[in-house]
Design a protein around this ligand. Sequence first.
Ligand code: CUA
Length: 333
Amino acid sequence: MSAAAMSSLLAQLPLLAQVRAVYDQDPSMFDTAGPQAGRLAALGWTLSIAGTVVFLVVMGLLLWPLWRQRHAPPVDGPPAPVRERAWLLVGGAAVPALILAGVFVVTLATQRATASQGKPPVTVEVVGHQWWWEIRYPHDSVRTADEIHIPVGVPVQVILRSSDVLHSFWVPNLAGKTDLITGTDNATWIQANRAGVWRGQCAEYCGMQHAHMAFSVVAQPEGEYRRWLASERAAARPPSDSAGLQGEQVFLAQPCRYCHMVRGTQAAGLVGPDLTHVASRLTLAGGALPNTRGNLAGWIENPHGIKPGVKMPAVPLTGPELQAVVAYLETLK
Ligand code: CUA
C-alpha cells in the first residue's frame, strides 16, 4: 500500500467511528434482534459445540493409547487379535454417521423455519446498484435509498433484484444472507423483535466499492412506521427560504436532475437515489457517510475522493452554488 493510500485510509478512521454511531449495535450474527437471526445463531452454537466435543473426544482417543503405552510395563508376545477390537470399527463408522445425521436434521429444521413466512403483511423491494441500495414500498409508491424502515414484531417480505451485478443482502442481527441475482427476483424476509437501527451490508463482492455498499434497517413501533411512510409518500415541499430556493434553481439547472428524482419538481432521474426526502436519511453514499451538512457538501464536491469509481460525477459548482444546493437538499426532509 502506498503512503498516500495509507494516509487516505487513516483519514477515514474518524468517519468510520461516526458511521458506527449511526447504529444501535455492531453488526453481529450472535447479537440477535429477530427470530431468523435467533435460529441461525442457535444453529451456529449447536454446530460449534458439537464440533468441539467431537474434536476433543477424537483427540482424547488418539492420545490415550500413546499415553498408556508410555506408562505400561513392557509386554512380550503378539498383540491382541483384531476381532476383539471390532467394536472400534463399528463405533468409528456408526458414531460419525449418527452425529452427521443429527447435524443434517438440525440444519434442515433451521432452514425450514427461516425459509418462508407465507404472505407477510409488509413488502419491500430492494434493488442493488453499484454501490447503493434502492428501496421501494410498492404498495405505497415510496422510493428511497440505503434505508429500510420496518414495523417492530412484523415479518417483512423483501423482494431482491439487481440492476447490474450480483450483490447480497445481509443484516447480521436480523437474518442470514440472500443474493440479488441479475435477471431474476429473489426473496427473503426479515423481522425485528425490538425497535432499533441495524446495519446491513452487501455480502457479495460487486466491484471496487463493495465495502461501501451498506444500508440501515430502522425498526419502529407501528405508529411511528406509519408516520414515516406517510411522510415519504408526500412530494417534496418547496423551500421556504431564499437560500433553499436558490439551491433548487441550481439543482434543476445542473445535470443533477437527470440522475436524481425529487418528486414535486422537474427532477425525474432514475439513475441515482431518489432525493425527495434525502435530509431525513441517516447516511449518504451507500452508507459510507453519516448524513451531515459537511459530509453532504464534501460528497457533492468530490464524490470520487470518497468513493473512487463511483458513478456520480463531480458537478462543477462555484462555492456559493454548492452552499445553495446543500441548503436546498437540507430542506428535503
Ligand atoms: Cu454490492 Cu458487494
